[in-house]
Design a protein around this ligand. Structure first.
Ligand code: NAI
Length: 396
């Protein structure tokens, strides 16, 4: 009988037969989920010959949920993910206007998923703007709960902003606001707790995966206490909790200013293993890095709270309404997110089957239209034909 995952003081206790909630997603969600589910099930079955299995439990969110229940994010979905710890999701349509907050943001906030994790690697056969895209193999740890994403800001010339500006001038002796009459003001909270739990996760991930280097990416030369704090707290944490690993060379922690980082990932990407960033810098760096391996449509992602064990693995692209229902979408982002999930559960063998199959398939130029259209002479495969190629390779 399938059971639930449990977080213990020793970490995740993973039963052999697991229940995992999934959100199918809107738009292309249906196509890519159907393909991915079959491939994940095949990989688990081939890797463990029935000793392990996943029982999928559908939970609703997004447009599909709204059409069926009148709610965009039913309480039952959140409670099911809370109960089962781990879930996987396709892209969600968030209604524009009407005061409904982004469903993705709601899930992240309600489960306090503080680490946005994005492994960025190159797959041979995929078109890239770089000469040597294979040198990029970097895992991003982006802080997911602080920074300007806290949404604390006031519009220029509003009563509130005038109050804040008056306070800054009169109580805090601030004299550097260049145009006080017409300025909007935003607040950027960055804490030692928020920074340390993120950097802690990045270092644990580095050591667990046999990697060495964690680079703290920041803008501390300008923002001394927020971005500079992130850097300082990162070094403090490393010294205090990883002194042995630092002294015997298993771990190296260094830092780099964010603008130089964006140069170095193009010039010397091999310098980086794992990078930890504040929220906004992480946002920019995630898309820049994904684009440089040609993989914006195939990059996986996860939002994780390593303390409670809660994690949502997800396709990083949107619902692609322009190609929904046409059986041409690329399921690779969702599939690679599933690989992250299997690795998170320590079902490494199943993840390996999927990744190897993807490597073989893409390097043969067997690919969906989004990737095929970048390379001359390559005939695109439908979603189902691409999935069949992967299934055949996993069966071998
Ligand atoms: P999008 O990622 O859906 O589409 C951008 C372009 O990439 C389109 O041309 C699309 O056809 C293509 N594309 C995306 N994924 C693809 C795939 N797997 N295979 C082949 N081609 C693919 O971004 P857009 O148009 O800005 O957003 C559409 C909707 O998705 C919006 O409602 C937005 O709110 C939502 N969205 C949801 C996200 C999530 O749930 N994580 C993330 C981003 C957007």
């Amino acid at each position: 009988m399938a059971e639930k995952l449990v977080m213990t003081s020793q970490g995740l206790a993973v039963p052999d037969h697991l229940v995992i909630p999934y959100i199918e997603g809107d738009g292309i969600g249906k196509d890519i989920w159907a393909a991915s589910k079959e491939i994940i099930d095949r990989a688990v079955s081939v890797a463990y010959a029935g000793e392990r299995s996943i029982e999928w439990k559908e939970v609703l969110a997004g447009k599909k949920s709204f059409d069926m229940t009148g709610e965009w994010l039913p309480e039952g979905t959140l409670s099911s993910i809370k109960e089962h710890l781990v879930a996987i999701k396709g892209p969600l349509e968030t209604p524009v206007g009407g005061g409904i907050r982004s469903l993705n943001v709601a899930l992240r906030q309600d489960l306090d998923l503080y680490a946005c994790v994005r492994p960025v690697r190159y797959f041979e056969g995929v078109s890239s703007p770089l000469k040597h895209p294979e040198k990029t193999d970097i895992t991003i740890f982006r802080e997911n709960t602080e920074d300007i994403y806290a949404g604390i800001e006031w519009d220029s010339e509003s009563v509130e902003v005038n109050k804040v500006i008056r306070f800054l001038k009169e109580e805090m002796a601030v004299s550097k606001i260049r145009f006080p009459e017409t300025s909007s003001i935003g607040i950027k909270p960055i804490s030692s707790e928020g920074s340390k739990r993120l950097i802690h996760s990045a270092i644990d991930y580095t050591l667990k995966n046999g990697l060495t280097k964690v680079t703290l990416v920041h803008k501390g030369n300008i923002q001394k206490f927020t971005e500079g704090g992130f850097r300082k707290w990162g070094y403090e944490l490393a010294q205090k909790e990883y002194a042995d690993a630092l002294s015997d060379g298993r771990l190296v922690v260094d830092d780099i200013i964010a603008d130089n980082f964006l140069q170095q990932i193009l010039l010397n990407p091999e310098r980086f293993d794992v990078v930890a960033l504040t929220n906004l810098n992480g946002d920019y760096a995630s898309d820049a890095l994904a684009a440089q391996v040609g993989g914006i449509g195939i990059s996986p992602g996860a939002n994780i709270n390593y303390e409670t064990g809660h994690a949502i693995f997800e396709a990083t692209h949107g619902t692609a309404p322009d190609i929904a229902g046409q059986n041409i979408a690329n399921p690779s982002s969702l599939l690679l997110s599933a690989c992250m999930m299997l690795n998170y559960l320590s079902w490494y063998e199943a993840a390996e089957f999927i990744e190897r199959a993807l490597e073989d398939t893409l390097s043969n130029h067997e690919m969906t239209a989004d990737l095929a259209s970048q390379i001359e002479g390559v005939t695109p495969l439908s979603t189902t034909d691409f999935a069949s190629c992967l299934l055949q390779k996993i069966a071998r």
